[in-house]
Design a protein around this ligand. Structure first.
Ligand code: SF4
Ligand code: SF4
Length: 246
């Protein structure tokens, strides 16, 4: 999942204090699961802001909502309609950065502010602890490294490790950080596949990662289906217009 952390309330307050009507929107997916921006956090932020504004004698109307996902058109459309219908002046999103971007694209000139800091793709390793596990490099090599990612879990993202800084299974950046390459070696040892690491991995082509610019995934079959659907809807509408003599 995408892991995020709520921004400090004072920072959030500074974003929205000059508007008369704001809408706080949580996201029902990743930021709910990592307890940063779901329905509960929307309530917490809304209460904190109300108390803060009350203390300063500021009259700001705060509305609350939570989209199932802020990164899909059908759920964002509902929010966009609400914003327009109810005259909301600014939106505070507790979705990840994707949600903020996507809503900003749809909301034209209405400002959308980030209420969380989006951190990484990670997993919950124990209650309340999330750890980065994938950096979304666009060309997965986990089949070569025992299922453990050297890009996300090695501090230097090296492909042929460990480096000379690995000590007692920990990374040289901190005794609290596992050496990703030590994890790889130990796992591959247990799996009986350690000899595979004797093959030196060549330098990576980073153009599949963010270094190659903003990425997109296109599934042609879905695109054609949706275009066909659009065309048949247009054809039905044209037939209806013809029937009614418009
Ligand atoms: S190799 Fe790339 S895609 Fe695979 S887990 Fe690591 S960062 Fe993610
Ligand atoms: S000590 Fe391990 S995790 Fe840290 S940079 Fe070196 S190989 Fe990577």
């Amino acid at each position: 999942m995408i892991v995020a952390e709520r921004k400090p309330l004072n920072e959030i307050k500074s974003f929205v204090e000059n508007y008369k009507k704001i809408l706080i929107v949580g996201c029902g997916t990743c930021t709910t699961v990592c307890l940063a921006g779901g329905e509960t956090e929307v309530k917490v932020v809304a209460s904190g802001l109300r108390i803060g504004f009350l203390k300063e004698d500021k009259e700001i109307e705060i509305l609350e909502d939570c989209a199932t996902r802020q990164c899909e058109p059908e759920f964002v459309t509902e929010i966009v309609e609400r914003v327009k219908k109810e005259g909301v002046e600014a939106v505070l999103s507790l979705g990840c950065g994707v949600g903020v971007n996507f809503m900003a694209d749809k909301l034209e000139t209405i400002p959308v502010f980030p209420g969380v800091n989006t951190e990484f793709f990670g997993a919950a390793v124990e209650p309340g602890v999330w750890v980065e596990m994938c950096a979304g490099c666009g060309n997965c090599i986990l089949h070569l490294t025992g299922g453990i990612c050297p890009i996300a879990r090695c501090s230097k993202s090296i492909l042929n490790g460990p480096c000379g800084g690995s000590k007692d299974g920990k990374c040289e950046i901190s005794p609290d950080v596992d050496c990703g390459w030590n994890l790889i070696v130990e796992r591959m040892k247990k799996m009986g596949t350690l000899q595979r690491l004797e093959e030196i991995l060549p330098p990576r082509d980073w153009s599949t990662s963010h270094h190659g610019g903003p990425r997109r995934v296109i599934r042609e079959e879905i695109v054609s289906l949706s275009q066909e659907g659009g065309e048949s809807t247009k054809a039905k509408e044209a037939a209806k217009e013809k029937e009614s003599g418009r």
